[in-house]
Design a protein around this ligand. Sequence first.
Ligand code: ADP
Ligand code: MG
Length: 345
Amino acid sequence: RKSRVKTKDKMDRATNEQVLDPKTRMILFKMLSRGNLKELNGCVSTGKEANVYSAIAGDGSPAAVKVYKTSILVFKDRDKYVSGEFRFRRGYNKHNPREMVRVWAEKEFRNLSRLRAAGILSPEPVFLDRHVLVMSFFGTDGWACPRLKDAKVSTRKLAEMYVSCAVIMRQMFHIANLVHGDLSEYNLLVEGSKLVVIDVSQSVEHDHPYALDFLRRDCFNVNAFFNRKGVQVLKVKVFFEYITSLAGSQEVDSYEQVVQDLLSKEENQWKESEEEEEATDEAVFLNTPIPRTLHHVEDIEQDLQLMKEGGGESLLYRKIVGIAGAEEDESTHSFGSLPSPSKEE
Ligand code: ADP
Ligand code: MG
């Protein structure tokens, strides 16, 4: 009885400014009373799609609790990310917002596990109950590490971070087989001199129908940020090819060297002086349809059948990781018409 009152106290302290629906309160309450969480503290972030709270996990370690919002308006927009996914072809009811956020939280949990398994610095997923995700916390004393957007970092350090960001994106693509899909200065935290990848609920398999378009947009957004900060960046096309190409060893050290080498070649660099010409080049790349391979789930099944019968050589998606030689596909859309994951602010 006593501990119940105490649990309720903790909840109220943590959530009195935020209106949480009764179901969510129940889930949090259960986590506290069962000891998955020791404490639920202040709100770290209120976003359009989720609130994040700082907390203490059952084992006493700092945790972040991400509570997805069940607003149908927000999640309708994100359907594109899930509908092409083989992993989620069952058990996904887009008319039920509660069901949808549950899938998003589950996706984030799984994608975080995959990032960690690939050795990419990111929160460790700890516990999941419906649309409430508990993960390890990056920060000190309940204060989250700054987002790249807000971090006070010298231009010299930023230049190093640009290179490590490219390496992370390559590892994510080739080792975790994921494309972030919403990568920018908003979804990278800075811990010391390292970048931490967060917010991966919308990340997709590298063979998702829109994967390469999402990747190209990620490249564009990352480039735009570092360029604005005065860092010498690669042309988006060179950046994209670095991430997708099969060439090179899996060694992280040599990856870094490859980006450094690319950056040191004049023809790969974005230059202010040639801005207009470069801008045209970039625009052409950004608007060139990327051959896509798996339009929907039915195609995958057909293709798998074709491969079994020995006719797989002609399949476009075999080229997906060696994108350089792939030809155009009429049925693709332009860069501008991508479904956009909502952005903060
Ligand atoms: P969304 O953008 O959907 O609201 P994010 O996953 O990007 O959700 O999280 C929002 C903010 O919460 C982040 O910008 C960051 O400040 C904070 N945050 C999220 N996860 C963590 C974490 N594991 N550790 C520390 N802070 C976090
Ligand atoms: Mg975010």
